[in-house]
Design a protein around this ligand. Structure first.
Ligand code: DWN
Length: 424
């Protein structure tokens, strides 16, 4: 189900073939490629975060969940890579159509337009159920999507978002160019951190893009994750915890370079890495150097993160157990990948968290990975009126709290786990 990962996917550190090699970068840094990746955060064996199963489904099982830091370029990455065929075979996560997400789509469309003008041809990598493509099409773009989750590309195609149900690789990149030409804009939202072979991914981007193409990769930003100790975003799908510095290091010697970096609040803090071909005449935006200069994702920061994560896991587990002992009813809200992390790290059982409600049909009436806590529909919150609801979709907390006013009005309390555990 998984293979070990020992070589930094950005700069090659830890590669046994390069044992004695040192590499100098344009910035004058000398990398010792014989060094090894250093463990900085270890959750032990954990279930796959989106392995929501019905009674007849077979569980994928557990895999080690350990973050390793590259001593050279500073990229944090998991020590194992779970096979994408296992992770995405019947993927239940669908892009949110919430007001928060729609606002984000409008923001990124504006920011991309600032760089790419009145862009038309769009390739979306990791296009999911086509929600972003449909939004861009409403605004005049012509989109093609690609995603290995065929259960979702089927939905996208039915909705009018033309999508290929396959991995983005050299073969599909070539097919896209032959059938559709090279796009003006390539967008990959929350897909780059999920990719194992970055070098090959970059080669495919080179292949599918033209000199004028703007490539936009949105990823959770490691600095936000460290700042808010959102340890629950560490799971098997997120192979890398991305910094601008690490991507800069990856792009050395390729046809692509960083062009601009934009920061957004979505998913607890994300950045859009805008890439262009080196031959592009557009000058590099000053944001690139600024981000790199200010980034601190050192081993010390990860050590502090690890200690604080453990403290918060204990804190939430004790809080929920104490409420359950008092006879209070506690539920979860949002069967997010993050919910799997909390429920398992806190070792919670369905006698303590009765159910997790969620608006995704692909997750409802299944059970959560590891904890086997049932997933209910969203309406269960106001039907059951629990005493406490833990908002595992804390990145949408504001919108959810406003939407579920009845729950709070009738005395229910929200527990928000990130960026600090608080009860509202
Ligand atoms: O990269 C990834 C990110 C972007 O999304 C993936 N690897 C997996 C996924 O992570 P997640 O599951 O933690 O994402 P969300 O978007 O935080 O999940 C929120 C969950 O809450 C979804 O299952 C939908 C649900 N929800 C709900 O039931 N009612 C969300 C909202 C806004 C709501 O009103």
């Amino acid at each position: 189900m998984y293979k070990l990962h020992t070589t930094c996917r950005a700069c090659g550190t830890g590669n046994p073939v390069l044992k004695t090699l040192k590499q100098s970068t344009a910035a004058g840094t000398v990398y010792d490629l014989a060094a090894s990746l250093v463990p900085v955060f270890d959750l032990g064996p954990m279930p796959l975060a989106n392995d929501f199963c019905g009674p007849d489904d077979e569980r994928a099982g557990y895999a080690p969940l350990k973050v390793m830091l590259c001593p050279n370029c500073g990229l944090a990455q998991l020590s194992v890579v779970v096979s994408p065929q296992v992770l995405y075979r019947n993927y239940p996560y669908v892009t949110s159509n919430s007001a928060t997400m729609r606002k984000h789509f409008a923001d990124i469309r504006y920011d991309i337009g600032e760089e790419a003008g009145d862009f038309k041809g769009v390739l979306e990598i990791g296009s999911n159920d086509g929600t972003l493509m449909l939004f861009l099409q409403e605004h005049g773009a012509k989109c093609i999507g690609i995603d290995p989750a065929t259960n979702l590309t089927e939905i996208a195609n039915k909705r009018g978002a033309y999508s290929l149900g396959t991995m983005f690789d050299a073969y599909s990149a070539d097919l896209i160019v032959t059938t559709h030409g090279k796009p003006d804009v390539i967008i990959g939202r929350h897909v780059f951190a999920h990719v194992d072979n970055w070098k090959s991914f970059v080669r495919c981007l080179e292949l599918v893009s033209a000199a004028h193409t703007l490539i936009c990769l949105e990823v959770p930003y490691v600095i936000d994750q460290l700042d808010s100790v959102s340890w629950d975003q560490v799971y098997h799908e997120h192979l890398s915890y991305v910094s601008v510095r690490a991507v800069d290091s990856l792009l050395h010697g390729t046809a692509l370079r960083l062009h601009k970096v934009k920061h957004y609040g979505i998913h607890g803090g994300s950045i859009m890495l805008m890439l262009r071909h080196r031959e592009s005449e557009e000058p590099v935006n000053e944001s690139v150097a600024k981000f790199i200069e200010q980034e601190n994702a050192s081993a010390d920061r990860w050590a502090a993160f690890s200690i604080e994560a453990r403290r918060r896991i204990d804190q939430l587990a004790s809080f929920i157990r104490a409420r359950a002992t008092e006879g209070k009813m506690v539920v979860g809200y949002g069967a997010s990948a993050k919910s799997t992390q909390w429920l398992n790290a806190c070792k919670l059982h369905k006698s303590e968290v009765r159910f997790v409600c969620d608006n995704t049909p692909q997750k409802q009436y299944k059970t959560c990975p590891g904890s086997e806590i049932p997933v209910a529909d969203e309406g269960a919150l106001t039907r059951e009126l629990p005493d406490y609801a833990v908002c595992f979709a804390w990145n949408f907390a504001e919108e959810i709290i406003a939407k579920e006013k009845i729950f709070h009005d009738k005395g229910g309390k929200w527990v928000i786990p990130v960026p600090q555990i608080k009860v509202l």
